[in-house]
Every structure is written in structure tokens, then in C-alpha cells.
Design a protein around this ligand. Structure first.
Ligand code: SF4
Ligand code: SF4
Length: 353
């Protein structure tokens, strides 16, 4: 892997060059401190001073809803028209890890053609970040990333150190070779080491993920799940914002009088009531407590047993999003026996009002 240097004043001209070849997507402020990844038309919109976007970049590879194919009684026609050549700039390490987990899921036993085609057409340019109080990526070891990107930019004041992670990344550098400096000096290296050290000290939250599989097993029948179930609003937001959640539903949308039918794929969430409903009216996880238990079993136990790491990349989105403070952090804390002053407090407030 090669590392080069880019003066910050050259960033926009580099991005402009890239945008000649593909759609450029980057973080943009939506409102207050909320950001989204957006197709960039005006370069002034790009805002790299963000911690997390509302939705993770999975939406580019696995859109919330798209037409998979059109079917008639005799044939079907696969539809890839939602896929285009894109460059995603400004992705943080945790989200790159999230995309790697999605890739593992969509390619492991049966390769999903929609995901694969979208991935083939996506260039990933990462960007370094600074943690806020919700970030948990040091506990998941996803605050650093060694694969899954074409280029990775680390912000060092006046310059970027740029990691070249693929041959395509090298081709991008060759679009404007004159602006990249091969001479990374000892001073640059020392500055990078100081940045790493300070960034590591800036983390405010942590979870002991190693203890979680045993705690999930030991506390499967604990009353904490009933209390969580009572507080949960079953809104599904935690699942939608999570970069590693990949469940979907496939719907047939017949139109009266039309022979062809559109088959669409849309995001689904195991935290929603209909997720486990089956024909005949049965629902295997009617209770919110059972659905939360399933979500956290997947994140904190099952995925670790199979892949040796949690299905959590520590992005903090569930922490920032859940309206009743049920999230990876409060659940882990309560499994560890801590009295969590979060969903409990909200629940008590509601009861006494
Ligand atoms: S469980 Fe929460 S913190 Fe972990 S990856 Fe999902 S949204 Fe992010
Ligand atoms: S845990 Fe929170 S975000 Fe998730 S479904 Fe329940 S209320 Fe919504």
C-alpha cells in the first residue's frame, strides 16, 4: 500500500476531476448537526466536518426500495436501472467496515446480483474522523481501516495523507498526478502519529464486546428484555440507521388490467411487528421484547460466534437515533448489571406524568 500527500487547496480540483467520470456523493449538512450522503451538484455543499450521517452509505449499494424485475406469467426482466457509476467521498472508517459486513452478507453463499453490480460501480474514498460522545468504534476496533476503500484521506491540518488501497485508487491519483506529493517526510509521519494518539484519547464511550456473547446467553431470560420491550416504540429506526442491518422484503405489486407485475425489494426491520408474521395470521415475535432480543442476539452473540467480531461497527447511530434511548450502549450496560439512566428514566417519566 502506497501513501502520498495532497495539499488541501488541491482537494476540490481533484474531486472535480473525479466527478467528470462518475456521480460524486459526499456528506452534506441537512439541518443543525445532521448530515446526509448526497449526490453533489455544488461543491460548496460538501461538509467534511461531520461525525455521522443520518443513514449509512449502505443506501447506495442496497437502496431502501428499488424494482428488482418486471414479471409476466411467462418471463421476467431483471432491472438494474437504479445502478450508476458513483464515487462516495468522505466515508469514515466505521462505515467502511459496515460496507465490508454488507459485502460479506450479500456475497457469502448466494451472490446477490444487485449488490454486486452496485459495488462494482462504486468507488470508495474514506476520510478520517473525530469521535463524539456516541462513537464506540474503538471498542469494535473499527476506528482504523485497512481494506474496503480505493483511497483514504487522513486530515493533517494543511495536508492530507492519502492511502492508496486499490489499483483503481492508483488510477484516480493518475488523473492528476502533479498535485500528489510522493515525498512524505519524517515531520508528516510525526504529525500523523500525534494525531492518532490524540484521536485515541478523544473517545468517551466504550463497550466490553468480548463479554457480550456470554452475557447474552446468561441473561436471555432476564427481566431487562421485558422492560426494554415496554419502552420500545417499534419504530424500526435503529435498524434503518444501522450500517450492518441488511434485512429486506420482496413485494409483488400487481396492477389490475396489466399483465406485467413489478417486483420490488425494500428494507425491512426485525424490530417491526410484521417482520415475523406468517401466512395464517401467526406472528413468531409479536412481543417487542422478543424482537429486541433477536436484534441484540444478532449483534452481540450470533455474529461474533460466526465471524469473531460483533455486527456492530460502533458508529453510534442507534445511540443518536432511538427516541427512548434503547441502543447498543445502554443494552450492553444493562446486561453488565449497570442501572442505566436512559430508557428507564424516560419510561418512569411517562408513567408519572
Ligand atoms: S448497533 Fe448501533 S452503533 Fe453498532 S453499528 Fe449498528 S447503529 Fe452503529
Ligand atoms: S429500540 Fe428505539 S429505535 Fe429501535 S424500534 Fe425501539 S424505539 Fe425504535
Amino acid at each position: 500500500m502506497r501513501i502520498v500527500k495532497l495539499h488541501k487547496s488541491n482537494l476540490m480540483s481533484f474531486l472535480e476531476e473525479i466527478s467528470q467520470e462518475s456521480e460524486l456523493w459526499a456528506p452534506v449538512k441537512k439541518y443543525e448537526d445532521k448530515h446526509i450522503f448526497k449526490n453533489i451538484e455544488d461543491f460548496d455543499q460538501i461538509d467534511l466536518d461531520y461525525t455521522r450521517t443520518i443513514l449509512p452509505p449502505k443506501k447506495l449499494l442496497f437502496p431502501p426500495s428499488f424494482r428488482m424485475y418486471e414479471a409476466t406469467p411467462k418471463k421476467f426482466h431483471a432491472d438494474f436501472s437504479h445502478i450508476s457509476k458513483k464515487t462516495l467521498f468522505g466515508v469514515h472508517p466505521c462505515d467502511i467496515h459496515g460496507l465490508l459486513i454488507m459485502e460479506q452478507f450479500f456475497k457469502q453463499s448466494y451472490e446477490d446480483p444487485y449488490f454486486s453490480e452496485a459495488r462494482k460501480n462504486l468507488t470508495i474514498i474514506g476520510h478520517s474522523c473525530w469521535p463524539d460522545e456516541h462513537c464506540l468504534c474503538r471498542s469494535t476496533q473499527t476506528h482504523i481501516v485497512e481494506e474496503g476503500y480505493d483511497l483514504f484521506f487522513t486530515d493533517l491540518d494543511k495536508n492530507y495523507l492519502v492511502w492508496i488501497g486499490s489499483s483503481h485508487g492508483d488510477d484516480l491519483i493518475q488523473l492528476k498526478p502533479d498535485i500528489f506529493d510522493e515525498d512524505v517526510t519524517e515531520k508528516d509521519i510525526q504529525q500523523f502519529m500525534r494525531w492518532r494518539e490524540e484521536r485515541d484519547k478523544a473517545f468517551q464511550s466504550e463497550i466490553q464486546f468480548e463479554a457480550m456473547p456470554d452475557l447474552m446467553e446468561l441473561k436471555l431470560g432476564d427481566s431487562v428484555w421485558e422492560e426494554l420491550g415496554e419502552a420500545c416504540l417499534a419504530c424500526g429506526s435503529c435498524t434503518s440507521v444501522c450500517p450492518t442491518c441488511n434485512c429486506y422484503n420482496v413485494r409483488d405489486n400487481p396492477v389490475l388490467g396489466k399483465e406485467a407485475s413489478d417486483i420490488t425489494r425494500c428494507w425491512d426491520a426485525c424490530t417491526l411487528e410484521n417482520y415475523s408474521a406468517v401466512a395464517g395470521g401467526e406472528n413468531f415475535r409479536e412481543k417487542k421484547s422478543d424482537r429486541l432480543k433477536l436484534w441484540y442476539t444478532h449483534k452481540l452473540q450470533a455474529f461474533i460466534s460466526k465471524y469473531g467480531k460483533p455486527a456492530c461497527v460502533g458508529c453510534g447511530r442507534c445511540v443518536a437515533t432511538c427516541p427512548v434511548d434503547i441502543n447498543i450502549k445502554t443494552v450492553a450496560q444493562s446486561l453488565q448489571g449497570e442501572k442505566v439512566d436512559a430508557f428507564w428514566r424516560r419510561l418512569n417519566q411517562e408513567v408519572t406524568q
